[in-house]
Each structure stands twice: as C-alpha cells, then as structure tokens.
Design a protein around this ligand. Structure first.
Ligand code: BJW
Ligand code: ZN
Length: 235
C-alpha cells in the first residue's frame, strides 16, 4: 500500500442508507419539507424553542434507530490502517462514532450533546423521546439547546482549524455524500487541491465540487467507498 495522507469530508449522503434523510436531495429530504430558517437558526430558537426542540426530538428518535452502514465501517477501518488519516464530518448523527471511528472532527456539532443558553453547562443527553420539550439545564434551569451549528452561527474555531490543516496537508481528499453547498465545509477539499493533492468525490450525482475533482465515483457510497478502499489496499 502506498503511503498517503488522507482527509475525508462526509455529508448526509453517507448516512442515507442508514435511514437518515438528507437535507437537500430527494422528495423526503429535510429542507424540501421544512424551512431551515424556521428551525435551524438561532433566531428560530429564540422565537419558538418548543417548536425547534420538537423538530430535533423527532430527528433524535429517527437517528437513535439508525445503524452505521458499510461506508461508516470502511472509514473506521481506514483510520485504524492508515498512519495519517483525518475524518471530518458535517453530520450530527453520531454514526461514525458508532462504527468505531475514534478521532472525528464534528464541524456542525453532535445531536447527542446539549448546552445551556445561560451558563456553561454542556453534556450528553441520549433520552429519546425527551421527557420535556424544551429541556431545561440541570444546573441553572435555563433553556438547553442542541449543541449543533445552525445557519449564521460560527463553527468551533479549533475544530475548523484542525480540519483546515488536515485538508491542506493531505495528498488525497475524499468527499463522501456531501452536496458541497454549505460553507465553510465546502471549501475544505479545495485546500487539498490548492496544495497539490487530489479530490476524489463519492456521490450519487455531480456537485459544485465536481469540476475540481480528479475522480468522481458515481454511486451510493455504502457500495463505492468499500470497493475503492479494497482497491487502494491492493495497489
Ligand atoms: C449520496 C447518497 C449515497 C445521497 N451515497 N451520496 C459562503 C458562501 C455562501 C454562503 C455562506 C458562505 N459562508 C457562510 C455562508 C452562510 C451559510 C451557508 O453556507 N449557506 C449556504 C447554504 C448558502 N453557512 C453558515 O451559516 C455556517 N456558518 C458560518 O459560516 O459562520 C460564519 C458566518 C456567519 C454569518 C454569516 C456569514 C458567515 C454554518 C452552517 C451550519 C450548517 N448547519 C446544518 C444544520 C445542522 C443542524 C441540523 O441538522 O439541523 O448542517 S445545514 C445542513 O447542511 C447540515 C449539514 O451538515 C449541511 C450540509 O449538508 P450535506 O451534508 O451536504 O447534505 P445535503 O442533503 O445537502 O447533501 C447530501 C448529498 O449526499 C447530496 O449531494 C446527495 O447527492 C448525496 N447522496 N445519497 C453518496 N447513498
Ligand atoms: Zn445552565
């Protein structure tokens, strides 16, 4: 196996066959059925925290039932096998962790974490369904919010910095099941290309990143990624 630095960016497509709807693609996708400005912005939460929590409680119930698929397991295998490997995900579902990935940069947060809107409480909450909506801070009683990144909010600076460094130094950037329309995540693979590396895209369709990709592997990533990894190991 040739030595390579690999950085991976995953998006909702990687979890689709696990039963989690994507955001933008297909009739059952989230933002085709709900308005993100009503549910996934800080303004929406201030306006109607109960509505926002009902939306997230419903999604937590769906995500709690989901199990990783072969693409998640392949990424965990790659991490164990490769000396220089970074997994960056936009997904909040926790399926990479469940598949065995150890070091995961969660760009958009984690649906299983909550944080207080008033004090510095932050913790895991796996209760499904939630006994009260909106849930309250166990320390101070103020509203809890999901520890995720809504539109208009900044990503955690340290997480983003680590992701940028990984993509800048990678020989290969794998982009798996991401529509590449949400920033700053969509820029990351371009850093690899700017620094002389190659982008390989795994998606069922082309994206705005496709013109920059050295290779586009069309098809469901739960099939194409394990196949690609098998070939990569044989080379
Ligand atoms: C398969 C498959 C299979 C299906 N196999 N593939 C620069 C330019 C323009 C706008 C901006 C910019 N910089 C910032 C912005 C604003 C904004 C933004 O990007 N807007 C664009 C949409 C226009 N960004 C932000 O607000 C970010 N914050 C920020 O930049 O702060 C600084 C700032 C503040 C204020 C102003 C300006 C700057 C934060 C973004 C947070 C995104 N949050 C969400 C919600 C998380 C919580 C929740 O889940 O409710 O994150 S939105 C949603 O989109 C979610 C996802 O992580 C993210 C990306 O979606 P993803 O994963 O790509 O999913 P889909 O559905 O879009 O695509 C699925 C793909 O899979 C498709 O391509 C399918 O074909 C494919 N697929 N089945 C392989 N089996
Ligand atoms: Zn609190």
């Amino acid at each position: 196996m040739k030595p390579s630095k690999i950085a991976v960016l995953t998006g909702a497509g990687v979890s689709k066959s696990s039963g989690i709807p994507t955001y933008r693609e297909g009739a059952d996708s989230l933002w085709n059925n709900y308005h993100p400005q009503d549910l996934a912005t800080p303004q929406a939460f201030i306006r109607n925290p109960k509505l926002v929590w009902e939306f997230y409680d419903w999604r937590r119930q769906n995500m709690a039932r989901a199990r990783p698929n072969p693409a998640h397991y392949t990424l965990a295998e790659m991490e164990a096998a490769l000396p220089d490997f970074t997994l960056v995900t936009q997904n909040i579902d926790g399926l990479h962790r469940e598949a065995g990935s150890k070091n995961i940069l969660h760009l958009h947060g984690d649906i299983w974490l909550v944080r207080c809107t008033a004090c510095d409480f932050r913790g895991e909450d796996r209760r499904v369904p939630l006994p009260e909506r909106p849930p309250r801070c166990p320390r101070c009683g103020a509203l809890l919010r999901p520890d995720i990144v809504w539109f208009g909010e900044t990503l955690d600076a340290a997480t983003l910095y680590q992701a940028e460094q990984a993509f800048k130094s990678a020989d290969i950037a794998l982009v798996v099941g991401a529509s590449a329309v949400v920033y700053p995540a969509a820029y990351l693979p371009l850093y690899t290309q700017e620094h002389g590396g190659q982008i390989i895209e795994f998606n069922i369709t082309r994206t705005p990143l496709s013109p920059y990709a050295a290779e586009i592997i069309l098809g469901p990533s739960e099939k194409t990624l394990p196949e690609w990894w098998r070939k990569f190991q044989e080379e």
